[in-house]
Design a protein. Structure first.
Length: 274
């Protein structure tokens, strides 16, 4: 079996078991043709203003998945005073090799919607983070690190940039040296690969990865961390021995990774506020 086909099988398998209704209140953030794209907002019970928010993107190789993958994480975020948002985005056709432009456009549109509705949900517009798993981790990293591929229908005066990143086995390196997704981006990887767009103004980042992940090699993740550190950006890498792609969806690793994510949020000052 080719690496590309194996990767797709793994990605889809890791999202098949994630079937439920999204938690939170549904809002249409964008209409494309006759399709309404929704995001799902979970707010803390205690009223507050200027709270952080995390916008979460599901995995599935840009061709599958649902905005339910992080239901548990979203509820826990809200319990700790952070507004949580899960995003539905358009998926690519499995039959072709288009780059994930529509996925990126929707991710950026969702970030802009959340920021433009910050007052409504008591969100601090300067503390809106992004998180995701696998291809969703790529989208989260993209909105935190890479310019371009905005939806031309968006209000570009509203910033889409994330101020913190929580990434679960993200396919954030799309380059030819061990990256994933090169079949879709080809020689345009500089446009799409967060790992090839690292700058000193990137947000603090935490990455979770199994050492037996067949899509993202540990060396790729360490290289990303080293590049982030070289420009003095906070970047943590949590490795889980012998674990494969999507390990964080199951216990005991779900609890372990979420606990580490909350420790990260505590360290950057995003927890403990009303």
């Amino acid at each position: 079996m080719s690496r590309c086909l194996l990767s797709l099988v793994v990605l889809l398998f890791c999202t098949q078991a994630i079937a439920a209704d999204p938690v939170g209140t549904a809002h249409v953030y964008k209409t494309v043709g006759d399709r309404e794209l929704k995001l799902y907002v979970v707010t803390p019970e205690k009223a507050g203003t200027k709270r952080p928010a995390m916008v979460l993107f599901h995995g599935g190789g840009w061709v599958g998945g649902q905005p339910t993958q992080f239901n548990d994480f979203a509820q826990l975020l809200a319990e700790r005073g952070i507004v949580a948002v899960q995003v539905e985005y358009r998926l690519l056709d499995r039959k072709n090799q288009d780059p994930p432009i529509i996925c990126i456009q929707d991710a950026k549109s969702a970030m802009r919607w959340v920021r433009s509705h910050a007052n409504e949900f008591g969100i601090d517009p300067d503390r809106i983070g992004a998180g995701g798993g696998s291809a969703g981790g790529h989208l989260a990293a993209f909105v935190g690190m890479v310019a371009g591929h905005d939806d031309p229908a968006d209000d570009l005066s509203v910033a889409c940039r994330a101020q913190a990143l929580i990434l679960f086995n993200p396919v954030y390196d799309n380059g030819p040296d061990g990256g994933w997704g090169t079949g879709r981006v080809k020689d345009r990887f500089q446009e799409f690969s967060p790992a090839h767009n690292i700058t000193a103004d990137d947000p603090p980042t935490i990455v979770f990865l199994g050492t037996n992940d067949k899509l993202i090699d540990v060396a790729v993740a360490k290289r990303f961390q080293e590049r982030m550190h070289s420009v003095r950006v906070r970047s943590e890498l949590k490795l889980y021995e012998d674990q494969t792609h999507g390990f964080f969806n199951n216990e005991p690793y779900k609890t372990q990774t979420l606990n580490a994510a909350f420790e990260f949020l505590q360290m950057i000052g995003w927890l403990g506020e009303s």
